[in-house]
Ligand binder design. Structure first.
Ligand code: ADP
Length: 645
């Protein structure tokens, strides 16, 4: 503008601010764009400007292109020529609204950060190189006990504790730019506050240390938490100590199998940890509560049995450990048990499988406070005791049972030894009988048989001769019977028999040979298949096996038929079979014929029913097997299996 206010030039900012084109403005007077009242202001401004040269932050009003009045802030500068004569005015406008908004925003931001700083318990101080405070935030009030504005000009080091140590650090901060921190405790009456103080260098544009910034952070809360942590840590440590003790005690208690020892351990632990003057252990039974154990008071002064009814009411009031102090307040606890000297007590009910088991009662002479932890400890101790007592009881029962068992075993052994003796006795009798049979019975009969034979041969009278022949036959049969009976008896008595290597084929051939006459009488042919060698470890009794089977085959066979005797190899064994063409043996008798005195078809055949029993016994003694099966074309096949040698 010229000095009268005629616009000669506008920049783009002015055009954008008011919305005009330069054509609208250039050559026009500024007064045309302002209300009449404001025009007067402009005139005053121009006058003032001529004397002052510059004017700042003047409020003016201008119409924009839409005809709206805009409040603007303006600054004016007088343009002069080389001879210092005024030639024009430069004016710079700013929209107040925008400016105000911006200022407000900055203010808010400032306030916000201030708030953060204050609320975070942070105080900030800036100093020069000598430590002179040039700025102090509001938060420093709590530290220096004076308003922050009054701190300006004071020396920070002198205002903090321990100036000597601080001075040294401060010097190194200024000289070497080395930051440092230290903890500052400030006391205000009873309340102590701790601040973590950090000194950092303040550097200028070229990085030179030009001062310091000190930040104070309130760490009292942190310290408090730290303290709490420490405390809870020590509680935890104590607790784990208690746990350890509990585990130890439980182990000690568990190792006891005697109720008395368990009570002793319990009372020792309670004395050590809880320091009670008297301990009772009341145990529940069908009758009521019995004082099972007491320590610290003469049992005589206590009523030994407390009736169930008397106690029920008291118990119904406690499910968990209960502290009673003073004791006489506990009306429901049978007073006879309680001595007048006690002031405090704890009752710990004990349960086993949810059933009341008993009660631990502790009495204290003095006033006593309990921690929850102690009660928990007692409760656990009680549970361990219950467990230990139950174990002890079970152990007792088992021991009793074991004792009973031992008694029974002893009695049995006695019975057994009697039976053994009896057995031995009967065995001896059997042996004696065998001996009697073999010598005292067999010998005279042999003599009778031989004598009969002699007489028989020379006898001429046919009736007498016939009679003698019958006697001879009876004698023969009796001898055979005695021999068989004695063999069976010997085998049954378990007497050991000896084995020798022999050829089964030879043994069988001999038996066949010896029975050939008998077979001929019936016109029965014995066909053998015994080629080869059949070695086996056998006792001479094995001859009787085959002799018996072949003689049976003849006895129970049919006249004019064949008997087949053969040996075949069967793995590690020999199998001997004797097949006849008799009537055979029905299935239901196939097993029974091997038992003593079993005779299926007596008919005209004379027998004792001992033969097959002896066969079985002898075969068994050779670890072999014998059985009978049907002969496909009629008759029976007796099989004997004997291990190969
Ligand atoms: P015993 O021949 O002296 O009667 P055993 O013990 O030798 O006694 O035989 C028992 C019974 O088995 C005989 O009474 C007979 O009934 C039956 N038995 C034995 N061998 C044969 C056979 N080969 N055929 C049919 N029955 C037989």
């Amino acid at each position: 503008m010229d000095i009268d206010g005629n616009i000669s030039s506008v920049n783009r900012g002015a055009l954008e601010l008011l919305g005009y084109n330069s054509i609208n403005l250039i050559g026009e007077s500024i007064l045309n764009f302002t209300p009449t009242a404001s025009g007067k202001d402009f005139k005053d401004v121009f006058k003032e400007l001529l004397s002052e040269g510059t004017l700042k932050d003047r409020k003016i009003q201008l119409y924009d292109v839409k005809g709206q009045l805009r409040n603007l802030k303006a600054s004016f500068t007088l343009l002069k020529d080389t001879k210092e004569r005024p030639i024009g005015i430069i004016s710079i406008f700013t929209d107040i609204k925008e400016l105000a908004a911006l200022e407000k925003e900055i203010l808010e931001l400032q306030e916000f950060s201030q708030n953060i700083v204050e609320n975070a318990g942070v105080g900030i101080v800036a100093t020069d190189l000598k430590g002179k405070i040039i700025f102090a935030s509001k938060g420093t009030r709590n530290i220096f006990k004076k308003a922050s504005n009054r701190l300006k000009g004071e020396n920070i080091i002198k205002n903090l504790g321990d100036p000597i140590a601080l001075n040294e650090k401060f010097t190194s901060l200024v000289d070497k730019g080395k930051s440092f921190e230290y903890e500052l405790d400030v006391k205000d009456g009873n309340i102590g506050e701790s601040f973590l103080t950090v000194f950092t260098p303040l550097r200028d544009g070229v990085g030179k240390v030009s001062g310091t910034i000190v930040v104070f952070k309130n760490i009292s809360k942190l310290k408090e938490v730290e303290e709490q942590l420490k405390e809870s840590n020590s509680i935890l440590k104590n607790y784990s100590l208690d746990l350890e003790r509990l585990v130890d005690t439980t182990r000690t208690l568990g190792a006891q199998l005697d109720a008395k020892k368990i009570y002793k351990t319990l009372s020792e632990v309670i004395r050590k940890t809880i320091d009670s003057d008297v301990i009772f252990f009341l145990k529940y039974s069908e009758k009521g509560f019995t004082l099972d154990f007491s320590d610290g008071i003469k049992a005589k002064s206590l009523k030994k049995e407390i009736s169930k009814k008397e106690f029920q009411r008291f118990l119904s009031t406690i499910k968990d450990s209960r502290i009673v102090s003073p004791v006489n307040k506990e009306k429901s606890f049978p007073p006879r048990v309680v001595d007048k000297n006690f002031t405090s007590s704890v009752f710990i009910p004990l349960y086993a499988k949810n059933e009341i088991f008993g009660l631990i009662a502790l009495f204290f002479k003095g006033e006593r406070r309990f921690m929850r932890k102690e009660l928990e400890f007692l409760q656990s101790l009680g549970s361990s005791t219950v467990m230990a007592l139950e174990n002890a009881r079970l152990y007792g029962e088992i021991r009793e049972f074991a004792n009973e068992l031992e008694e029974k075993v002893k009695e049995r052994t006695k019975d057994l030894s009697i039976a053994n003796e009896e057995l031995e006795q009967s065995n001896r009798l059997k042996d004696l009988f065998i001996d009697i049979m073999r010598h005292d019975l067999l010998n005279p009969i042999m003599i009778a048989r031989n004598t009969t034979e002699l007489v028989m041969e020379s006898e001429k009278d046919p009736t007498l001769k016939n009679f003698l022949t019958k006697v001879h036959k009876i004698n023969d049969r009796t001898i055979k019977m005695i021999e068989n009976a004695s063999t069976l008896a010997r085998l049954e008595s378990g007497s050991n028999i000896e084995f020798d290597l022999a050829d089964l084929g030879t043994v069988i051939s001999n038996a066949v040979e010896d029975l050939s006459n008998l077979a001929e009488e019936r016109n029965i042919k014995i066909k053998t298949n015994l080629k080869g060698e059949f070695p086996a470890l056998v006792n001479p009794l094995i001859y009787d096996v085959f002799s018996n089977l072949i003689s049976n085959a003849i006895k129970y066979g049919t006249d004019n038929t064949d008997i087949a005797v053969g040996i075949v190899e069967n793995g590690s064994k020999w199998r001997v079979s004797v097949a006849d063409r008799g009537e055979g043996i029905a299935d239901e008798h196939k097993k029974a014929v091997f038992e003593r005195f079993t005779r299926v078809q007596k008919g005209a055949v004379k027998g004792s029913g001992l033969g097959l029993a002896i066969v079985k016994k002898v075969v068994d003694a050779h670890s072999g097997k014998v059985w009978v099966e049907d002969n496909p074309g009629g008759g029976s096949i007796f099989n004997v299996v004997i291990p190969k040698a």
